[in-house]
Design a protein around this ligand. Sequence first.
Ligand code: NAD
Length: 476
Amino acid sequence: MDGMTQGEQFHMFVDGQHKQAEESREVRDPATGEVIGLAPVGTRSDLDAAVAAAKRAQPGWAQQSDEVRAQACRKLANIIDDHSAELAQLLTKEQGKPLKGIGSEFELGGCSAWLNATAQLALPVEVIQDDDAARVEKRYVPLGVIGSITPWNWPLLIAIWHIAPSIRAGNTVVIKPSPYTTLSTLRMVELLAAALPQGVLNVVADGEGVAEGLTTHKDVDKIIFTGSTETGKKIMVAAAPTLKKLTLEMGGNDAGIVLPDVDPKAVAEGIFWGAFINNGQTCAALKRLYVHDDIYDEICSELAQLAETMPMGPGLDESNVLGPIQNEMQFQKVTRLASSSPTEGGRVITGGAPREGKGFFFPITLIADAREGMACVDEEQFGPLLPIIRFTEVDDAIRQANSLDVDLAASVWSKDIDRALAIAERLVAGTVYINKHGEVAPHIPFGGARYSSMGVEFGIEGLKSCTNIKVYNIAK
Ligand code: NAD
């Protein structure tokens, strides 16, 4: 370890115990630049040890009764609740999101809610034929070892989205968190793993050969990945020789269409948070806003008013509802998209340039007069910037909304629900929201169309995706 480093050392957790790393690196608070802790650097041999532990533990875990595994999910939910204050503080320091509002405490609440909801699911034996010829049963059996790869935007909630259905269905897990949010994931997973039989849940920090090891390992049966479409494609290639099952939740460049019958004041807040939840760093955030000409100026000015009055600052200060961008790479991307917009014909109505001083703070930025072909429209910004596109013909808005290939969700805003539903039918998306955007819930399947997703998460469909179907066909 570098003698100049400071801060608490965090550890990986493998086979029921801490695993020390030979090397560590500093992790900094995106709001202040201060060192908040030391992350271990994982290696291929750490990964191999974790996969071996998960493989050893899996048959015993699969043999536990369904009720034992349901009970384990409830126990993990209680552990999250008991440690939620500590985990929320750490998440805010590492990820940047505020403690309050739709921030860290909200994320931890989601973790325990998802675990409890997963405990309530069941996959009983289904009898699909029982007659003079045969009795045929369909059973859902675990896959084996599941590798989980998570992003940095909702790192703890997404880790639970992977872990909960995996272990509920009788699999064991090796998780590799994003290098940007290693500490909070390590801490949460060690608390959970210590409450499960040895080897059922393991966490290995990112490092050379770790991601590759997980996606190519012969003893890993499935990868659940949440992250960008480009990485998802690479994982699919890497996983091909070992024919791993895949659930890939990837990028979204979600469109929202606002019809002329809305009351701009009434819908502005819903649109604002649909776009700027977690500072826009949300897969299913509203990322392209199509507004009818009749109400265009009013919607722009309502959104600008909200943007200018929303407190943004360090997340540990409880008065802030928006924090910094999580990392420098993303900060540079938003800066590039904001600065290229005026040269491409866009009009910055608020924000537009990074805030001076410490931290990756970038004010909420609204780009009016945006058009297809502009970088901020065609690329997923994944940050506090929203292009607002004017339309007069709804057919043209639908065409533009469908013109990209990353369609996690879309929304239609109108007082006329039948009209909104008719538009919803023509939108390509995993979810179409009417008069809201971005809500997810443990009982509602979530996934996208085209390049956004492969498979769905949540609910019974999500649980089934952590299983194989095994048929018992008994002659009579
Ligand atoms: P990313 O793809 O850069 O990284 C995600 C994870 O993949 C990280 O853990 C990273 O270390 C790992 N990774 C990188 N290269 C890899 C490789 N070759 N093999 C295996 N793993 C590899 O994504 P990000 O920047 O962390 O997250 C932002 C993206 O995630 C956005 O596009 C966003 O829309 C998407 N996202 C999607 C969902 C969803 O549910 N669909 C949810 C959250 C975020």
